[in-house]
Design a protein around this ligand. Structure first.
Ligand code: G6P
Length: 368
C-alpha cells in the first residue's frame, strides 16, 4: 500500500484520528439513516432459523467479538458463543448446522481464525466474516463477507479496525433483533439513530480529552503495572485497554471484570499500580463505584473514564478523571475505545518505543 502518515508522527496516531470518518463509512454500509432502519443484509441464513451464533477471532478482533456477544444477546436474544480461535479449533465443542459461524479479522489471514473457519465449514455451518481486507483468504472462503470500511491499517496495534468491527457488530445485532421480532420498529429507529451519532461523539471525545490524556500518559509511563476494570461491554474494553498498553508501551497490564476485583487482583493493589476504571453512568455504575472505593481504601490510584454524571457521582478521589460526552448505551464501547487507545499511544510515545512496529509482534499472524 502507498499510504503515508501525513502530518502524523505515527500511523497509529493517524489511524486513531481517522475513526470518526471510517466508522461513518462502515455504519452507512449497514444502516439506512434516512429511514432509521437497518439495511437488509444478504445473509445465507435467517436470524430466526439459527439457534446460536459461534464467533471466533484472535487478539483485538476477539475482544470486538466479545462486545458483540453482549449486543446480540441483549438486543436480539440470540445466544452467542465466543472463542479465541486457537482454542475453538481444538476444543472439540459440539457444532451444529443450525448454528451460524462468524469470524472477525482485520487482515483476513490470521492462521488460527482461518483454521477455525475451515473447521466450521467441515461441520456444515454457514459462515460469515467481518473483515477489513476484501481480497483476503477468510473473505474468499466465507459465505458472506461483512466488510469493515476502515481502509488500510498499518500500525500493528489495531485501532480503527476495532471500532469498525464494533460498528458492524452493533448494526448486525440491531438487524438480528428486528428480524427476530425482539424490538419494535420504534426501538429499531432509536438504536439506528444512536448508532448514527457515533462519528460525531467519537470526534467530540477526541477533541475533548486528547491533550489531557497526553499529560496523564507522561505520568503513567513511570509505572510498571496497570490494572483496567469495567463491567458489561466495558469489561472487554478493559481487556482491550490492557492489551493496547502492553503491546506498544511494554508496561504490564491486565483487564478484569470489575466484579472480579475481589477474587484476585485486589491483592495486587497499592500506590504503585494505577487502576483505569471504564465506567459511564449506566445502570450498574454504582457497582463500579464500590469497586473504586475498594481500590481507594488500599491506596490504589484511580484513573476514571466516565461521563458528566459519572464524574459527579463517583465519590472517590482519583488520580485523573477523563470526562466523555454522554452517549447512548449501545455506542458507549465504541466511543470509550478512543481514550483507551490514546492512553496507550501517548504512554508508548513517552516510553520511546517503536509504536507502529512493537517488538515481537506482527500485523498479521499467518503461522500457528
Ligand atoms: C495480531 C495483531 C493484532 C490483531 C490480531 C488478529 O496479533 O497484532 O492487532 O488483533 O493479530 O488479527 P486479525 O488480522 O485477524 O484481526
Amino acid at each position: 500500500y502507498l499510504v503515508d502518515k501525513g502530518n502524523h508522527r505515527h500511523f497509529m496516531e493517524k489511524e486513531i484520528h481517522e475513526q470518526p470518518e471510517v466508522i461513518s463509512h462502515t455504519l452507512a454500509n449497514y444502516l439506512d439513516f434516512a429511514n432509521g432502519a437497518t439495511r437488509k443484509i444478504d445473509l445465507p441464513f435467517d436470524f430466526n432459523s439459527i439457534d446460536r451464533l459461534a464467533i471466533s477471532a484472535c487478539g483485538t478482533a476477539y475482544l470486538a467479538g466479545l462486545i458483540g456477544k453482549y449486543w446480540f444477546e441483549r438486543y436480539a436474544r440470540l445466544p452467542v458463543d465466543i472463542d479465541i480461535a486457537s482454542e475453538f479449533r481444538y476444543r472439540e465443542m459440539p457444532l451444529s448446522a443450525r448454528d451460524a459461524a462468524l469470524f472477525i479479522s482485520q487482515s483476513g489471514e490470521t492462521a488460527d481464525t482461518l483454521a477455525s473457519l475451515r473447521y466450521c465449514r467441515s461441520a456444515g455451518m454457514t459462515i460469515g466474516a467481518v473483515v477489513n481486507v476484501r481480497e483476503s483468504t477468510i473473505a474468499r472462503e466465507s459465505d458472506v463477507v461483512l466488510p469493515t470500511l476502515a481502509g488500510p491499517e498499518i500500525g500493528v496495534a489495531s485501532t480503527k479496525a476495532f471500532t469498525c468491527q464494533l460498528s458492524v457488530l452493533a448494526s448486525l445485532a440491531v438487524r438480528a433483533a428486528a428480524e427476530r421480532g425482539k424490538i419494535s420498529a420504534e426501538q429499531e429507529k432509536a438504536l439506528v439513530r444512536a448508532l448514527s451519532e457515533t462519528p460525531r461523539y467519537a470526534n467530540q471525545a477526541l477533541q475533548k480529552v486528547e491533550r489531557q490524556i497526553e499529560k496523564l500518559a507522561r505520568e503513567l509511563s513511570h509505572y510498571k503495572h496497570v490494572l483496567y476494570l469495567g463491567r458489561d461491554t466495558n469489561y472487554p474494553l478493559a481487556m482491550e485497554g490492557a492489551l493496547k498498553l502492553k503491546e506498544i508501551s511494554y508496561i504490564h497490564a491486565e483487564g478484569y471484570a470489575a466484579g472480579e476485583l475481589k477474587h484476585g487482583p485486589i491483592a495486587l493493589i497499592d500506590e504503585k499500580m494505577p487502576v483505569v476504571v471504564i465506567a459511564p453512568h449506566d445502570r450498574i455504575f454504582e457497582k463500579t463505584v464500590s469497586n473504586m472505593q475498594e481500590v481507594a481504601a488500599r491506596g490504589g490510584r484511580i484513573i476514571l473514564i466516565t461521563d458528566e454524571k459519572g464524574a459527579a457521582n463517583a465519590t472517590v478521589e482519583t488520580m485523573d478523571t477523563i470526562v466523555l460526552p454522554d452517549v447512548p448505551e449501545i455506542i458507549s464501547p465504541i466511543v470509550y475505545a478512543l481514550p483507551i487507545q490514546l492512553l496507550a499511544y501517548y504512554t508508548a510515545v513517552f516510553m520511546g518505543t517503536d509504536v507502529d512496529q512493537p517488538r515481537n509482534l506482527a500485523k498479521s499472524v499467518t503461522v500457528e
